[in-house]
Design a protein. Structure first.
Ligand code: FAD
Length: 411
């Protein structure tokens, strides 16, 4: 008679019931391992559900090379994870849950109803049927001296023994949904050095808008504009003027570079092109047309269609002399300097940079210093823009950690 594999006689604790932890649980349960999953919150996948509120962008359909470039300095590490579970594999996996996907005009991939809740519901059902035991209101507090896991439950603190454990605790934003970054000191106490959690895909603050701009235009979108940091090619898109600065997809796309610049230099100056479809020559030509007794504001509107929040921002960021001089104003319209001083607080960010450095993990995502402890998801030190890249890497790392645990148990 053949003996069951060691993994099949083992029990694994997974801490964190977001996409990364649930994916690790699925891999292990499918291999016959006993899986107990714990989450501090009263229900699982709260941030995943929030991601579904504005339309769940689960992955992206662009070609592999440009997909991987989104992970910047961590391209190689994420490529290793995606080699086994890439965007196509993720889509096939979603289809396996009975949920269709579609590619939007921007190449982003969504579930057909754009929502996260049906997907999560179907997935949790399948996990339970596979034998995964899901425990909510169970907060991991670190380790006891004997190596057991400390868990705070409604019945008080418990010591938990497991043959291996996967930590999938998320980043440090939206603490009220569970990912509060409170795990950082717990790992530091075990001698790990964690890259500080920092806001990613976040808004930024300026020195202060005038009362007029803030009161009249906070919340207004600037559509079809381009932003550039230094000599980098300008990116087109849209962003939102906020009471304290700027936020929105175009700002998020540049947020890693902006944050790094602020960290180094104390501020970051971007150049905003308010008329990306017209050359400087064309804008200058149009503004140079005689305007008679019309105000410059009216001239801007009639010649360039510039009004509302765009015209107000132009006025805010130019001197009266610049605003009155067509040539200087044309230059400002094509490259309006916008200085950002600080990111908005981490808790407001869509995701966080920083976390457990890959250098402290082996290729199976096991902590080199803590054999049998694996890490996955946003708590690892990588970042990516919005566009489905965050969830794709969370799923792939959860799967890699699950497979890593299997290999380790069967070693
Ligand atoms: C507003 C918003 C919109 C987003 N939209 C998208 C999108 O469209 N596409 C995309 O790709 N990404 C999006 N994201 C990002 C995406 O949701 C996250 O990157 C992803 O959920 C991270 O998965 P995770 O499993 O690593 O961690 P999380 O989903 O954060 O899960 C971590 C889990 O660990 C639990 N936990 C933490 N500490 C403990 C502890 N000590 N003990 C027990 N449990 C603990 C938490 O309760 C939580 O359930 C969005 C995020 C936000 C905030």
């Amino acid at each position: 008679m053949t003996q069951p594999s060691p993994a099949k006689q083992s029990s694994v604790a997974i801490i964190g019931g977001g996409p990364a932890g649930l994916m690790a649980a699925e891999v292990l349960a499918n291999a016959g391992v006993r899986v107990e999953l714990y989450d501090a919150m009263p229900s699982l996948g709260r941030k995943f559900l929030l991601a579904g509120v504005g339309g769940m962008n689960i992955t992206h359909s662009e070609a592999k090379e440009s997909f991987l470039s989104r992970y910047r300095e961590r391209r190689a590490e994420i490529a290793h994870l995606l080699a086994d579970f890439d965007a196509d594999a993720l889509r096939a996996w979603i289809h396996g849950l009975g949920i269709d996907t579609f590619v939007g005009t921007s190449g982003r991939v969504f579930p057909s109803d754009m929502k996260a809740a049906p997907l999560l519901r179907a997935w949790l059902k399948r996990l339970r049927e596979a034998g995964v035991r899901l425990h909510t209101r169970s907060r991991w507090l670190g380790w006891n001296a004997d190596g057991s896991l400390r868990l705070q439950t409604s019945d008080g603190e418990q010591a938990l023994r497991a043959d291996a454990c996967v930590l999938a605790l998320g980043g440090g934003s939206w603490a009220r949904l569970g990912s509060d970054g409170a795990w950082v000191p717990l790992l530091e106490r075990r001698g790990l050095s964690i890259a500080p959690l920092q806001p990613a895909n976040c808004g930024f603050e300026v020195a202060g808008w005038s009362e007029h701009l803030r009161d009249k235009f906070a919340g207004a979108p600037l559509k079809n504009v381009a932003l550039a940091l230094d000599d980098e090619p300008a990116r087109r898109g849209e962003f939102i003027l906020t009471a304290k600065g700027v936020e929105g997809s175009l700002v998020y796309a540049l947020s890693a570079a902006i944050r790094e610049r602020i960290n180094q230099a104390g501020s970051a100056t971007l150049h905003l092109d308010l008329q990306p479809d017209r050359s400087l020559e064309k804008v200058s030509q149009l503004l140079a047309k005689p305007r008679g007794s019309r105000s410059m504001a009216k001239h801007l509107h009639s010649q360039l269609g510039l009004d509302g929040v765009k015209a107000a921002l132009l006025r805010e960021l130019t001197s009266p002399a610049q605003f009155a001089d067509p040539a200087l104003l044309a230059a400002a319209i094509k490259a309006l300097p916008l200085t950002l001083l600080r990111p908005r607080p981490l808790d407001e960010a869509i995701s966080s940079a920083g976390g457990v450095p890959f250098e402290q993990l082996d290729s199976n995502l096991m902590l080199r210093q803590l054999p049998g402890v694996f890490c996955a998801g946003e708590m690892l030190d990588w970042e990516a823009p919005t566009g489905g890249y965050l969830l794709t890497a969370c799923f792939a790392s959860g799967r890699a950690a699950g497979l890593g645990v299997l290999q380790w148990l069967n070693r």
